[in-house]
Design a protein around this ligand. Structure first.
Ligand code: UDP
Length: 384
């Protein structure tokens, strides 16, 4: 069996990191040992160790961890100068490994260089739409260069992510698609019981409730849901997730918006939560509000898996999950009037909400199981 080693930048809970955590844990149950090196400390390291997997941290230089999508050429060069120690440590860690697999942009650069020095086949898992305007032209060129010249294979988390890389000059013949995989074997939470408990905890009465789940960041568009709530008296919302330091001003704006619109008795912020399935089971509708195209959108699959009706913005990988009118409702990004209309239709037509939830659950269970994703990724490695 080929020895695979994953390298990823962050060890906190984001979509890309949860993808890797679930894959590694599930692959282990199937007899595959997929160790992970993190480039920064965080809770996922302990989570993986607790689940019996091998995980450790090789600290990258501060400069490379500061790199952002919009970084200039100067930032990139200064980061490159600070990474020699980390690359050296990675080269040593790669001894005895057959394939190196990077799960983030920063690990693409660091592990890509180290894999080249160690002469190991290198795979990159792409979790972004590189056409996104938040990528600087320099960063986009660097990503495409590494994808084309440093990897033997790129794994995109949606067809949309694959197409975006090709549009920017990426080699299509190198790119496979492997979707996020989910464990559908867990028992469904008892919606009725969870609903009472969650609404009580949030200080909300028993009224129609919509939830939005994910990082608080402007492009995730939580403000669009607040605008929609303002248009529908009687509808209330749970906003679940936290902001990173760089998005804290947006979080402040959301709170101010709720106060200005006198919605504090109908909109509650719950912060980052580890019990997302329980909270999703408690709401009547799961909303997705990203105003930029979403590369994939785990929260959409998670909502559908629980049989909730999901309303999501059109674009990116979302169209690969939801078939409008059959397994969910789609609306134009940023259009709070259209979101309000979709929410209103789900509240006033319970039969529609129930059908979309049930058909959505069936559809995601057939297409996004963790077994299938692990198998697809194993297939990529086996083919190298
Ligand atoms: N999530 C979580 N707690 C929160 C908010 C989000 O565990 O308070 C999880 C959510 O369940 C999902 C992931 O974070 O699995 C977000 O993934 P998604 O693909 O929706 O967005 P990304 O973070 O990749 O942009």
């Amino acid at each position: 069996m080929k020895k695979i080693l994953f390298v990823t930048h962050a060890a906190h809970y984001g979509g890309a990191e949860l993808f890797l955590r679930d894959m590694v844990i599930h692959a282990r149950q199937g007899g595959h040992h997929w160790p992970v090196i993190f480039l920064d400390d965080g809770p996922l390291v302990q989570d993986l160790i607790a689940a019996g997997s091998e995980a450790r941290t090789v600290k990258a230089g501060a400069q490379i961890l500061k790199l952002k999508r919009g970084s200039s050429l100067r930032d990139v060069v200064s980061a490159l100068m600070g990474i020699f120690a980390a690359v050296g440590a990675l080269v040593r860690a790669f001894r005895g490994v057959d394939i190196i697999c990077a799960n983030s942009q920063k690990s693409l650069f660091l592990a890509g260089l180290a894999a080249r020095l160690a002469r190991k086949p290198f795979v990159w898992i792409l979790h972004d739409l590189v056409t996104d305007s938040s990528f600087s032209p320099t960063m986009r060129r660097a990503l495409v260069f590494f994808a084309n010249h440093m990897t033997v294979r790129v794994v995109a988390n949606s067809r949309a992510a694959k197409d975006a890389l090709i549009e920017c000059g990426g080699r299509g013949d190198k790119i496979s698609v492997v979707y996020n995989g989910f464990d559908f074997t867990a028992d469904l939470p008892d919606s009725g019981a969870e609903r009472d408990a969650v609404l009580r905890e949030a200080g909300l009465p028993d009224r129609p409730t919509v939830g939005v789940f994910g990082r608080i960041a402007e492009w995730k568009g939580q403000h669009v849901l607040i605008e929609a709530i303002d248009r529908i008296p009687g509808l209330q919302a749970l906003i679940v997730g936290d902001a990173t330091y760089q998005d804290s001003a947006y979080f402040d704006r959301l709170r101010a918006m709720v106060d200005e619109k006198h919605l504090s008795d109908r909109v509650k912020f719950l912060g980052f939560r580890k019990d997302v399935p329980r909270l999703m089971a408690a709401v009547d509708i799961v909303a997705h509000t990203s105003i930029d195209p979403e590369p994939f959108g785990r929260v959409i699959v998670e909502g559908l898996a629980l049989g909730r009706p999901v309303v999501a913005t059109r674009g990116g990988g979302v169209g690969e999950i939801i078939d409008h009118g059959t397994t969910g409702l789609l609306y134009p990004p940023g259009d709070s009037a259209a979101l309000a209309e979709a929410l209103r239709s789900l509240i006033t037509e319970p039969a529609l909400a129930a059908r979309l939830g049930a058909d959505g659950r069936r559809a995601v269970m057939a297409r996004f199981s963790i077994e299938r994703s692990v198998q697809d990724l194993e297939g990529v490695f086996a083919g190298l």
